[in-house]
Design a protein around this ligand. Structure first.
Ligand code: SAM
Length: 252
């Protein structure tokens, strides 16, 4: 059977590894969870800065290699698993970090944001194209579901670009380091059920070229949708607050 693509582009430039670790832990952190530690390049920089480090690696051979490399180190644990199957909130408040496997960046971001309120901060190396989507402004080409979904739980900013030459093998896409800082749930947002709200936002974006009215057709009574002037807009024109407001009017 063919092995799945695991997105194994290992970061080899020490100066960048150290810069990422400093962004993850500007001060010593009680708990850091690393996603996709690979051979441990970033892991060793994080281990020097975190009181406790939990590394989640899918590849059995790499996980075994990490256990051997860091054998005897206290407060360090390797979990061999698909990160999407691991309950990341089980250890309580944590900072999350990693040079992400690019083929599942969005599902990992969703999974990490779902840790809220236990997510303190996340620092990820990802493809620049996704980084741009995370901090895009409404109305711009990159603004979409992932932008709004992220903004609901965190504020995102790109810290610095990383050249392909810093990896082995070099990826074919551009890369950047992004910081997500968790926000306390915004009490001003009229959203009672986060999951239902995010499903609603996803529906508004279902067909990007269509108006919100068309995307919501069938989900709510037509008169209720028609009573909302912003239903005539496209989802990419609405801010997080705009979505929350619309959701509130359609669901109360
Ligand atoms: N952190 C290492 C580095 O910078 O050199 C490796 C980064 S590499 C881009 C991504 C790593 O994630 C690989 O080690 C890969 O095996 C692992 N990985 C891929 N899919 C995964 C998953 N679903 N859960 C956990 N780890 C995964």
């Amino acid at each position: 059977m063919k092995r799945p693509p695991l997105g194994q582009h290992f970061l080899t430039r020490e100066s960048i590894l150290e810069r990422i670790a400093a962004a993850v832990c500007p001060d010593p952190e009680p708990l850091v969870i690393e996603i996709g530690p690979g051979r441990g390049a970033l892991t060793s920089h994080l281990a020097a800065r975190a009181d406790r480090l939990i590394a989640i690696e899918l590849d059995a051979a790499l996980a075994e290699g990490l256990r051997a490399r860091f054998a005897g180190r206290r407060h360090f644990e390797v979990i061999q698993a698909d990160v999407l199957e691991v309950d990341l909130a089980q250890w309580g408040s944590a900072v999350v970090a990693g040079n992400l496997p690019y083929y599942i960046t969005s599902p990992i971001l969703n999974h990490v944001l779902d840790m809220t309120p236990d997510l303190v901060r996340a620092v990820f190396l990802m493809q620049k194209e996704v980084a741009d989507r995370l901090s895009a402004a409404p109305g711009s080409r990159d603004y979409g579901y992932l932008t709004v979904r992220t903004a609901f739980h965190a504020s995102a900013r790109t810290l610095f670009p990383v050249p392909a030459s810093a990896f082995s093998p070099p990826p074919k896409v551009e890369s950047a380091v992004v910081e997500l800082v968790s926000r306390a749930p915004d009490e001003d947002l009229p959203v009672d059920d986060s999951a239902k709200f995010l499903e609603f936002v996803g529906r508004c974006f279902r067909q990007k070229r269509k108006t919100i009215r068309n995307n919501l057709a069938g989900a709510f009574p037509r008169e209720a949708i028609d009573a909302c002037p912003e239903a005539g807009l496209r989802a990419e024109q609405l801010t997080l607050e705009g979505f929350a407001d619309l959701y509130h009017r359609l669901t109360v």
